[in-house]
Design a protein around this ligand. Structure first.
Ligand code: 2BA
Length: 108
């Protein structure tokens, strides 16, 4: 058994969870915050049989999109990569995915 931990953008969370549920996957969604942008994102927990992992990853790939964000940075020590307004561009997503081996699972 595997546990997928996937950090997705809030804008993709509803459609991704809907697709996962429709596909027969169990999923828990947690409200989370990115450490770098300090913006809300969504962390999905999925306990899956090994054979389900590839299908779940395909759903994440399909519904979690890559987007550019601009985040304010201090002007002091500006380097290349900063624009004139002291913002830096970062590309976020699709999804940051961790696949963990689960030694034991039970519901009591
Ligand atoms: P954030 O930490 O808010 O990061 C948002 C985006 O900012 C990242 O997108 C990346 O493009 C950039 N970024 C993050 N840390 C950076 C740094 N130290 N220097 C320069 N740029 C940086 P993603 O890589 O797509 O990550 C999206 C979200 O996924 C992250 O939000 C974080 O919540 C989570 N995440 C990503 N990698 C992780 C990891 N290794 N461990 C735990 N969570 C992770």
């Amino acid at each position: 058994m595997k546990l997928i931990v996937a950090v997705v953008q809030n804008r993709d969370a509803d459609t991704t969870v809907d697709a996962l549920i429709t596909g027969g996957y169990h999923v828990t969604r947690l409200a989370s915050t990115g450490g770098f942008l300090r913006e809300g994102n969504t962390t999905l927990l999925m306990g899956l049989e090994d054979a389900q992992v590839d299908g779940a990853l395909q759903v994440l790939q399909r519904y979690c999109h890559r987007r550019r964000h601009y985040t304010p940075m201090p002007l002091v020590g500006a380097e290349s990569g900063f624009d004139l307004h002291g913002h830096i561009e970062v590309e976020v997503g699709g999804a940051t995915v961790f696949v963990l081996h689960i030694e034991h699972f039970e519901q009591v």
